[in-house]
Design a protein around this ligand. Structure first.
Ligand code: GLU
Length: 604
């Protein structure tokens, strides 16, 4: 969703900014723009509807400047056109602002500025910031920006250039990510590390309510009130190459294919054979505190929420602590009872999901203990939680989550094992789960080797009007995530139900045009699941089973290797990622950028 890039140093800014924008293209956007400065005098800006390459084609031959900011816009206020693209300038062309997020009180501020004689050049909410900063007479640029931010309500990540202060870029964050990239005598800013990693691995992620002044050889961070904050850089662990497509046709395919190595990474260095448990360094939860946990509540949105459902079951099974998952987007609005004996866990790939971050902030305000399960190191949720587990999936570029989903589920298995071994899980069971975890990478590779067969099955089901996904207990979150994946990339309507609920309503939908995908592990519910298949067959429904053994009543069975029953959900989801992928491919969808969706949802 929308991107910011900024540069200040000795080099020509424009090519660096364009390259940065290209690295953010995966997030989805509708227009782009750039402004450069670096010496006293007016700023120069070019904006364009459409792709970054269209912007590039519009740049004049000479567009020199050693300081600049650039933006990819995902329109919220005003049509995607040249005028509404960012940067926005003030009336004198001295201030340029790029903004991610939404200014809620923009209508009032626009009316006020218009009454004061200001001509607004766009329909956006963002433009008010440029005028408010431009009209300020405070001494420093920092004070001018601060003054403007005091007037706005809403969410923002912004970067500001001012031609009277050519030696700096001022950035601020409230709800929308801003990262500084620290290099040698030059600095970068961005809304996403993806735009920085080819230049530097040293980054500082701003927290909410933080601002920064970035100069070629220096940076400092402070609150919007002006109090200095500490901002030691962290090192990004991802290689720039890991953002490349690596010979695959889509990022989704690449990321599905990487899962054996990704799972290996989340396990690496964490297994403790001696005590049949795992070590989770970043948890900051000692044994006494862990024993004191009476409940676990997991919060996330979309696939993160479904992985949290798998997590909750693992925690109940292995640690025997009551646990459940809830969409963070709902939790934050329902004035939930915050209980001191409950451990809250926030799940987010990017660590920037706005709804999840807002839930974390609300919980912290009420004194709750919150852990994070996130992929992006140093991200807002990682910083605002009391501790947590990094899932080490590597960068996930495709809008829909695959390898990060799997790694998050594995991270929950580690956490559940850890909690279980502090409480009542036996050494023998600890060993059994550890052995199961160790088998996962090879078993994932085995599932992936069946891709060709799954592609053929997908072609068979691609004409479905709608699809049902059913699973029982451990299989239910798998069904939910698989239905979500299919919807996201293929646009085929899909519904997930607990298999046990089928006859309580949705069985009415079953007919030959509405096939069912059933999760049928060889666990203690096998016979119950078989009965469900019978019910579907009796209504002439087509069935695709994901199972440990051939299912007689199914039209197709995708076989998955056996592991420990608790870990079944991790493996059973993987062939269904391939099913969604190949269905979308057969239907000619834009797989990496499904319509209407964005990678990390950093707005409300
Ligand atoms: N709300 C702003 C606009 O519509 C910014 C959108 C974005 O985050 O790209 O221009």
């Amino acid at each position: 969703m929308c991107g910011i890039v900024g540069y200040i140093g000795k080099r020509d800014a424009a090519p660096l900014l364009l390259e940065g924008l290209q690295r953010l293209e995966y997030r989805g956007y509708d227009s782009a723009g750039i402004a450069v400065g670096g010496r006293p005098g007016a700023l120069r800006s070019v904006k364009s509807k459409g792709r970054v390459r269209e912007l590039q084609a519009k740049l004049p031959k000479r567009f020199a400047g050693t300081t600049g900011i650039a933006h990819t816009r995902w329109a919220t206020h005003g049509a995607p056109n040249d005028e509404n693209a960012h940067p926005h300038l003030d009336g004198e062309g001295k201030v340029a602002v790029v903004h991610n997020g939404i200014i809620d009180n923009a209508p009032e501020l626009r009316a006020r500025l218009t009454a004061e004689g200001v001509l607004l050049a766009s329909e956006t909410d963002s433009e008010v910031l440029a005028h408010l900063i431009g009209r300020s007479t405070a001494e420093t640029l920092e004070e001018r920006v601060r003054g403007a931010l005091r007037l706005v309500e809403g969410t923002y990540g912004i970067a500001v250039l001012h031609s009277d202060f050519p030696d700096r870029i001022v950035v601020a964050r409230n709800g929308s990510p801003v990262v500084l990239g620290i290099a040698d005598k030059e600095m970068f800013v961005s809304s996403d590390v993806a735009a920085l990693v080819s230049h530097t691995r040293q980054v500082v992620t701003l927290g909410d309510g933080e601002m920064a002044t970035v100069q070629a050889g220096d940076y400092r961070t402070y609150t919007t009130e002006g109090d200095r904050t500490s901002a030691a850089p962290t090192t990004v662990e991802w290689e720039p190459e890991s953002y490349d497509m690596g010979g695959h046709d889509t990022y989704m395919h690449k990321e599905i294919s990487e899962q054996a190595e990704a799972v290996d990474r989340v396990l690496r260095g964490r297994i403790d054979d001696r005590f049949a448990t795992v070590r989770l360094g970043g948890l900051s939860l000692d044994a006494r505190e862990a024993r004191g946990v009476r409940r676990v509540k997991i919060l996330g949105c979309g696939s993160a929420y479904y992985s949290g459902q798998i997590g909750a079951q693992l925690i109940e099974e292995l640690a025997r602590v009551p646990a459940d998952a809830e969409p963070a987007s709902e939790f934050r609005y329902r004035n939930a009872v915050v209980d001191p004996d409950t451990l809250y866990i926030a799940v987010s790939q990017s660590g920037e999901t706005y709804d999840t971050l807002a839930a974390v902030q609300e919980l912290k305000r009420k004194g709750a203990r919150v852990l994070g399960v996130v992929n992006v190191v140093g991200s807002a949720i990682a910083r605002e939680t009391d501790g947590g587990i990094y899932v080490h999936a590597g960068p996930e570029v495709c809008v829909v989550s695959t390898k990060c989903f799997t790694n998050t589920a594995v991270a929950f298995a580690l956490f559940a094992l850890h909690l279980g071994r502090i409480r009542d899980l036996s050494v023998a069971d600890g060993r059994r789960i550890l052995a199961g975890l160790r088998r996962l990478p090879e078993q994932i590779a085995e599932v992936l080797r069946g891709e060709r067969e799954i592609a053929a099955i997908a072609a068979d089901y691609a004409d479905a009007r709608s699809m049902m996904f059913v699973g029982r207990v451990r299989g239910y979150p798998v069904a939910r995530e698989a239905a979500q994946k299919l919807k996201e990339v293929s646009y085929i309507h899909a519904e997930a139900y607990p298999a046990s609920e089928l006859k309580h309503g949705p069985l009415a939908l079953i007919e030959p045009e509405v096939p069912t995908v059933a999760i049928v592990p060889d666990d203690d519910l096998l016979e119950k699941n078989r009965a469900t298949l019978e019910e579907i067959k009796a209504r002439k429904g087509r069935i695709l089973a994901v199972a440990h053994q051939e299912q007689e009543r199914a039209d197709h069975t995708i076989l998955v290797p056996r592991n420990e029953v608790e870990l079944d959900p991790i493996l059973m989801g993987i062939p269904l990622q391939l099913l969604a992928y190949h269905t979308a491919l057969a239907l000619g969808r834009d797989i990496d950028k499904p319509r209407n969706l964005a990678k990390s949802v950093t707005v409300e």
